[in-house]
Design a protein around this ligand. Sequence first.
Ligand SMILES: *[C@@H]1O[C@H](CO)[C@@H](O)[C@H](O)[C@H]1NC(C)=O
Ligand SMILES: *[C@@H]1O[C@H](CO)[C@@H](O)[C@H](O)[C@H]1NC(C)=O
Ligand SMILES: *[C@@H]1O[C@H](CO)[C@@H](O)[C@H](O)[C@H]1NC(C)=O
Ligand SMILES: *[C@@H]1O[C@H](CO)[C@@H](O)[C@H](O)[C@H]1NC(C)=O
Ligand SMILES: *[C@@H]1O[C@H](CO)[C@@H](O)[C@H](O)[C@H]1NC(C)=O
Length: 523
Amino acid sequence: MYLSYLLVIFFSFHSGLSTACPRRCSCDTAQSVQCYRATEIPREIPFTTRRLYISHSKIRQLQITDFRRMSALEELVLSCSGTESIENNTFKALSTLKSLELYKNQLTQIPTFLPSGLEILKLADNSINTLYASDFEGLMKLRVLDVRNNLIATLPPSAFSSLCNLQSLILDGNNMESVSAPLKLPRLKYLSMADNKLNSFATNFFASFQNLQFLSLSGNFLTKVPLDLPKSLLSLKLEKNQLKTIRLRDMKHLENLSEFFLSENQLTSIDGVQLLPNLTTLELSKNQLHTMPLRLPGRLQKLDCSNNLIQRVTAQDFQGLQDLKHLFLDNNAVSMFEAGALQQCAQLSNLALEQNLLISIPLRQVNLRTAGSQVLPDTLARLDLKGNDIEDVGEQELKDLKQLQVLNLRNNKISALDRKVLEYLPRLRHLYLDGNPWNCTCDLLRTRRALVAKGTDVRGGQCAAPAESRGESWMSSKKILQQCEDNLSSMERGKEDRKKMKPSEASSTGVNTDDDYYDYELD
Ligand SMILES: *[C@@H]1O[C@H](CO)[C@@H](O)[C@H](O)[C@H]1NC(C)=O
Ligand SMILES: *[C@@H]1O[C@H](CO)[C@@H](O)[C@H](O)[C@H]1NC(C)=O
Ligand SMILES: *[C@@H]1O[C@H](CO)[C@@H](O)[C@H](O)[C@H]1NC(C)=O
Ligand SMILES: *[C@@H]1O[C@H](CO)[C@@H](O)[C@H](O)[C@H]1NC(C)=O
Ligand SMILES: *[C@@H]1O[C@H](CO)[C@@H](O)[C@H](O)[C@H]1NC(C)=O
């Protein structure tokens, strides 16, 4: 009797404090509510809610009455809900609102009268075609503005004049052809205008961006690098434009520039990158370079010259590049790779030379006095030579590559592989040998046994000779095994079995085992 009395009190007290969670929503104790498949903003959302996430709904219009009671709301995300219009002043009274995201809807304009405490506004993937001078009035605290993938064609100069704290402005995927008057955004650090139709910038456009660190203008119609880029830049993306030349002397004030992306342009040569002393990444893939870039800066860690027309690599090209870790020269026409070219690159980890015209593994030491010592850096972890014209793989070229984990020799003209070569590669995990005309002698079978014993993952390929073994797979053919059975002494077999790797040694880090795809990201 007494107990049930207590329960009644308890329940009435409890329900008075918290309202039930609305239908099709889930509410958690951190005052966060998520709703799906709503046809309007649910009426019963608790007024203590701080974060409200609504998606995959059908809410064509937002009205003042929708959010009136939500006086604690800090973050509102309404996405993929077909929202077309928003009544004036809908958000104005939400004085605690810091973050408003309305992406993937059908808005045609920036919501009007936004609350002055707003810090983040994301309106990506809508149909906004015009920015009005009044749109961002009074948003002095706004830090992030993302309007990517809309239909904006011009930037009215005064539209951003209130945004004295804006740090990040994302305008990717709009219809801008030119940007005229300079914008005054003194705190801006990140500006991205990729995938528009920009072909020029007014002089001084960038002058007021005293703190800009990241600039992307990729995917436009630029034929020249804009002048007067801010000297605070750390990263500059100009990929997928129509640049034919670059005047690096106009850029030498970019003393802190660390990453420079120029892939997919029409550059025929590039000289003087050493004027950018802090450059660590230079990407030049898919241009029309006939020679290696001249005078590279000494701090370079990643150089991508893949998919060009380079024919020769000389020792001069890599002079002083002591920090180079990743070198991509694949898909060129390199037939000459001077011996010792990479001698100074004592940290090189990835070397991509696939799809060239090499007839031997490069860098065989030709100096008679030091003959025998290899000159590929022993830090190398991945070496890709797929799709060249290499016939011989000798001990000299691969000697002492103690760190090598991936070796790709696919699609070359190699017919024999001495098992001694493998002794110099203690960490080898992945070996690609298919697409070569293997001569399946019993010697090759010994190599196969050594590979199996090491636990290396091998793509072996097929035999081209002798005639009776043609078409057999040399890593797994029982026929070849039988033919050679008598030729392998039992003693030899026993020795190889004992050399089997311990599982702990056999594990390798970060190597994709599916195919010859590797993750080359720095660190
Ligand atoms: C909403 O505000 C704009 C700009 O102040 C004004 O021009 C427009 O008439 C208002 N719309 C309504 C329906 O009140
Ligand atoms: C370059 O970087 C240094 C160190 O971070 C900084 O002190 C300096 O102000 C930067 N230079 C420019 C022009 O931003
Ligand atoms: C860039 O290089 C200059 C000159 O070598 C140096 O003084 C400066 O500190 C470097 N800036 C950064 C960010 O490393
Ligand atoms: C295969 O190797 C054997 C033994 O070294 C050699 O006699 C033969 O000519 C080679 N065949 C081809 C097609 O290279
Ligand atoms: C095995 O060795 C014998 C003699 O040493 C030789 O005649 C025979 O051709 C070898 N078999 C193969 C498949 O190489």
